[in-house]
Design a protein around this ligand. Structure first.
Ligand SMILES: Cc1ncc(COP(=O)(O)O)c(C=O)c1O
Length: 404
């Protein structure tokens, strides 16, 4: 398993210019900062402007098709298939969904799993993953993540199978904050165990590797490619994607007969219009996400007690900038950043098991989840975040770190 990155680029490129820091450059004495000069929110989504959408919306006006997998949805699915085909040789199929959560529910339903059986998921994820498991009629079983990759390790799932109350029917590995998930090891796990795998890569638009394992991506407004509310399921098995189309359309098959329960989880044509406009400028958008990520990465390079996920800001990027403050309390760091008017967030709070709705979920030992919950914090990350603002955030963080 790869180590969390130690951010080992040279610090000289990273040290903020004093002029950019204005009055934040007051050393570690927080009390000396009387009126913080910055007010930097954690997130500031940016969807296409009207002029970028107009041509697509006019098509909706003309066609008067507003949903039910209309022409814009079909066009966006086709373009997403070509986009991801660039990463591999095998053709891939995409089905758009109303959200990432409904894409997860639909994927579990499409697998025709035994109702009431166990579904393994990491405790270190969004409550959305666990909610999808319950909505699909399965029982969540929480497993701890690896402390360096922040993700489920198939070897650990394998090792814990014997102590679960019954054999699970499925596992949902989760991409932490957009990090790549190794599909090869999960395919092997699935082949050897006979347990189905669905990957939750909600924030993973930039890191998806299509395979015969279904991957679910969110298109929520703050995700790397956002449409407001939306998502998609991607898989190299066209038959599976056809099942997703049925499940997300009340279960209707081509004969209009429903054999298995379904949902209404279709994406509207208006959201598809936003997706088409977003996809057209993805290269520029990606470059900007990468600039934000690599600037943070370089800036924290010489702080061995500040870590990010392996490859973040190098081989992949995302719309959340989550860092681990080794042996520090993320809540305390957050409270001190507040005094600099820098917003931060414990993105997944204390993990799924912390929420009363899932407090009774069966689980193994959750030491790493609790550690990551204590030590990780998301810093401001959005497309219009300027370098000067990132430098102010970095200066605030390093001042807080130096203050004890
Ligand atoms: C890991 C994870 N899975 C699923 C979701 C749900 O995605 P959506 O908001 O599109 O339903 C989210 C986002 O909230 C998430 O972070």
């Amino acid at each position: 398993m790869q180590q969390s990155d130690r951010l080992s680029t040279s610090r000289s490129a990273a040290v903020p210019a004093t002029a950019d820091l204005i009055r934040l450059d007051t050393g570690s004495a927080l009390r000396r900062v009387k009126s913080p000069p910055v007010n930097i929110p954690i997130s500031l989504p940016l969807l296409p402007r009207w002029d970028e959408l107009a041509a697509w919306v006019r098509q909706i006006d003309r066609s008067r098709v507003y949903t039910n997998r209309g022409p814009l949805c079909s066009e966006l699915e086709r373009r997403l298939e070509s986009h991801f085909l660039g990463r591999q040789t095998q053709a891939t199929s995409v089905c758009l969904t109303a959200s990432g959560t409904s894409g997860l529910i639909a994927s579990l339903l499409a697998l025709d799993l035994e109702p009431g059986s166990l579904c393994v998921l990491p405790s270190w994820t969004s409550v959305a993953t666990a909610s999808a498991v319950v909505a699909a009629g399965l029982i969540p079983y929480l497993i701890d993540v690896d402390v360096d990759s922040w993700a489920l390790d198939p070897a650990r799932v394998d090792a814990e199978l014997g102590q679960m109350p019954s054999r699970p029917c499925a596992v949902i590995p989760v991409s932490p904050f957009g990090a790549p998930v190794d599909v090869t090891v999960w395919r092997e796990f699935s082949r050897n165990s006979g347990i189905a795998v669905v990957i939750d890569a909600a924030a993973g638009f930039d890191s998806v590797t299509p395979s015969d394992i279904p991957v679910v991506v969110s298109l929520y407004a703050t995700e790397p490619l956002g449409v407001g509310e939306g998502g998609f399921v991607i898989c190299t098995d066209p038959g599976f994607i056809e099942r997703i189309r049925e499940v997300t359309n009340f279960g209707f098959t081509s004969t209009r007969i429903v054999h298995h329960m379904g949902l209404n989880a279709k994406l509207s044509e208006y959201h598809a219009a936003i997706g088409l406009a977003q996809l057209q400028k993805w290269r520029d958008t990606r470059r900007t996400w990468l600039r934000v990520a690599s600037t943070y990465r370089a800036a924290f390079a010489e702080y061995p007690d500040i870590q990010c996920l392996p490859g973040y800001g190098k081989s992949w990027t995302s719309s959340t900038a989550v860092f681990r403050f080794i042996d520090r309390s993320a809540s305390e760091v957050a409270a001190k950043l507040d005094r600099y008017k820098v917003e931060s967030r414990r993105w997944w709070q204390r993990g799924v098991n912390y929420h009363p709705a899932f407090a009774d979920a069966a689980c193994g030992d959750l030491t790493n989840t609790n550690r990551l919950a204590d030590e990780t914090l998301a810093l401001p990350c959005y497309l219009t975040l300027r370098d000067t603002a990132i430098k102010s955030v970095v200066k605030a963080v390093t001042s807080v770190m130096a203050s004890e």
